[in-house]
Design a protein around this ligand. Structure first.
Ligand SMILES: Nc1ncnc2c1ncn2[C@@H]1O[C@H](COP(=O)(O)OP(=O)(O)OP(=O)(O)O)[C@@H](O)[C@H]1O
Ligand SMILES: CCCCCCCCCCCCC/C=C/[C@@H](O)[C@H](CO)NC(C)=O
Ligand SMILES: [Ca+2]
Length: 547
């Protein structure tokens, strides 16, 4: 076998190699590993080119990692390169990623060692943002209860191959992951990862934001304070019921795809919306803050958790049949309509120019965008100028979404043109309408038809939203105090709202003379208030302000 060319430059090597029975000319330049098949007359054929930034690992011998690790007899002259391979399937907004693998055979052991060394040096040099140590939280009860299995069979082998060491915590209670991040020493970790759905992601989000503000000595309860951006990255391995945050950022909800994104250090900044009640912080949201239909579906679905992900479809149908609308006053602060609009038919993807401009506008002194799934904050105090608009009436649904909120149930999402990191959210107001009209609206979530092209639907790109009950029907302060104690964010070890608030829903319904608040089908009188669904958690308040 002839040696074509060799160079001692630390990130450059070229030689002839064999893959199976075919001879290739392989070259490692600074940024790419290429190999081109040679025919007998040394004419080049098709070239395979892998960016070094997408190489996952290099191993001696003929190695396989998934579905199980195996090493064929090492001939001293072989090595295997693993890299990101884009599959042809996925969604229009994100392809599935798979682990590509090519086994090379060198003419000598010496050359094999040189390839191994140079590839590893190139990886270190050209992938500075890769994580080395991760703290992983697995929710064993999320989605179809497959979290542990998904992590150990699909993700851990990839992390190991990439040289990432991980400390794994399988949660034993709700809010354990949040509390761990808030209280434990995280020195040495480059990021935190959740294996589960939007609920466990939200725990990590609250932990990371809370810890950052604690360290900066800031009170997150003060709505006018400019919060500190977070440096710790959050990765998501989808294993939940909706997996909306994963789907809307990556384009698919696939554990292997997400693991590969995490390994190569991909990052996507996200808008985070804070939800306050009077002068206390209630929660943060990255996807949906929804009242009416989405609040009722969540409350109803909590009673049917045993159904797994199907609980949302069942509850959706039940709530639809109960045909409810709610009175309220919505106030919103419009965003600059010159920059973007929820009906401009654009789609926000990684590297989106609207988000880059938004980041520059909101963080004029920052060197670049924030981090992987990390929270970053709009400097709201300097960005609140503008006229508040007020809408009073009866609504089927009031939804504020900071991102498209696409998920497998709604591949385009609640607001298909919303941006991931522009510092705005889309407010979707569905006024009361006849049941068939509302069904048309719901059906459009699942199709490509314009969801907003209906006479009873309005959509606005906004910087802030306030919701209150009509005059004379305001929330009772004593009742709220009780509800916060039972379901609020601060109490140790309790699920903040999913289970806690349901009790109150029932109580509130009973106060209004009903046996069961959620039994809209059999009760003569529908409840006067709904609940807020905040990224899949029920909020303990009706009157809220979001920014
Ligand atoms: N060990 C645990 N026991 C009980 N609840 C837990 C535990 N660990 C986490 N949780 C809580 O479980 C809730 C649901 O988790 P998760 O989001 O992972 O799954 P899901 O609800 O099925 O998915 P999705 O949120 O995507 O619909 C979250 O509110 C989380 O705080
Ligand atoms: C009559 C049938 C009704 C079908 C309704 C179909 C519409 C589905 C659209 C789902 C969009 C969900 C937006 C995401 C919200 C998440 O934050 C949250 C937490 O996972 N999920 C839910 C379901 O509240
Ligand atoms: Ca946004």
């Amino acid at each position: 076998m002839e040696l074509l060319d060799m160079d001692v430059d630390p990130v450059r090597l070229e030689s002839s190699l064999w893959v199976g029975k075919k001879r290739y000319r392989a070259a490692l330049t600074g940024w790419h590993l290429n190999w081109t098949e040679l025919d007998k007359k040394n004419r080049d054929k098709k070239t395979v080119s892998v960016p070094v930034s997408e190489v996952i690992g290099v191993e001696e011998g003929r190695v396989q990692v998934l579905p199980q690790r195996s090493v064929a007899e090492d001939t001293d002259r072989e090595f295997t390169v693993f890299y990101v391979k884009r599959s042809s399937s996925g969604s229009p907004y994100g392809l599935l990623w798979r682990l590509g693998r090519t086994q090379f055979c060198c003419p000598s052991r010496d050359l094999r060692d040189q390839w191994m060394t140079q590839l590893r040096i190139a990886l270190k040099t050209h992938s500075p943002s890769r994580p080395h140590r991760l703290l992983v939280f697995i929710n064993p009860f999320g989605g179809k209860k497959q979290g542990r299995q998904i992590y150990h069979s699909l993700v851990a082998p990839l992390f190991e191959l990439a040289g990432i060491s991980s400390h794994v915590v399988v949660t034993e209670r709700a809010n354990q992951a949040r509390d761990h991040i808030l209280k434990k020493d995280l020195t040495g970790f480059d990021g935190v990862v959740c294996v589960g759905g939007d609920g466990i992601f939200s725990e990590l989000l609250h932990g990371v934001i809370g810890r950052t503000q604690q360290e900066a000595g800031l009170s997150a309860h003060d709505p006018s304070v400019t919060l500190q951006s977070c440096d710790l990255h959050i990765g998501i391995i989808p294993a939940g019921s909706t997996d909306c945050v994963c789907f809307a950022t990556v384009g698919v909800n696939d554990p292997v795809t997400s693991a590969l994104h995490i390994i190569i250090g991909d990052s996507q900044p996200l808008d985070v919306c804070s939800v306050h009640h009077r002068s206390s912080l209630v929660r943060y949201s990255v996807s949906l803050v929804g009242y009416g239909f989405y609040g009722d579906v969540l409350a109803e679905s909590e009673r049917h958790r045993w159904m797994g992900p199907l609980r949302y479809d069942y509850s959706g149908a039940m709530v639809y049949l109960s045909n409810r609308s709610y009175a309220g006053v919505i106030q919103y602060l419009p965003a600059d309509s010159q920059l973007s609009s929820p009906r401009d038919n654009t789609r926000c993807l990684s590297g989106c120019s609207v988000c880059s401009k938004g980041t520059e506008r909101l963080f004029p002194h920052s060197p670049g965008a924030s981090s992987l799934y990390s929270s970053h904050f709009s400097q709201f105090s300097s960005d609140t100028e503008g006229e508040w608009v007020s809408v009073e009436g009866r609504f089927r649904a009031v939804s504020l979404t900071c991102m498209s909120s696409s998920c497998p149930r709604s591949p385009l999402g609640l607001s298909p043109s919303a941006h991931l990191a522009d510092g705005t959210g889309d407010l979707i107001i569905v006024r009361d309408t006849h049941p068939l009209g509302f069904l048309t609206f719901l059906h459009r979530h699942t199709s490509t038809q314009d969801q907003f092209d209906l006479p009873f639907v309005d959509v606005h790109r906004v910087k802030a939203v306030r919701f209150s009950l009509p005059t004379g029907e305001e929330e009772d302060r004593d009742e709220e105090r009780e509800r916060v104690n039972d379901g609020g964010m601060t109490e140790e070890g309790k699920r903040p709202s999913r289970s806690g608030s349901h009790k109150h829903l029932v109580e509130r319904g009973e106060e209004r003379g009903q046996k069961d608040f959620l039994c809209g089908l059999c009760c003569s009188k529908a409840p006067a208030v709904s609940v807020w669904n905040c990224d899949g958690e029920i909020l303990p308040h009706t009157e809220i302000s979001c920014k």
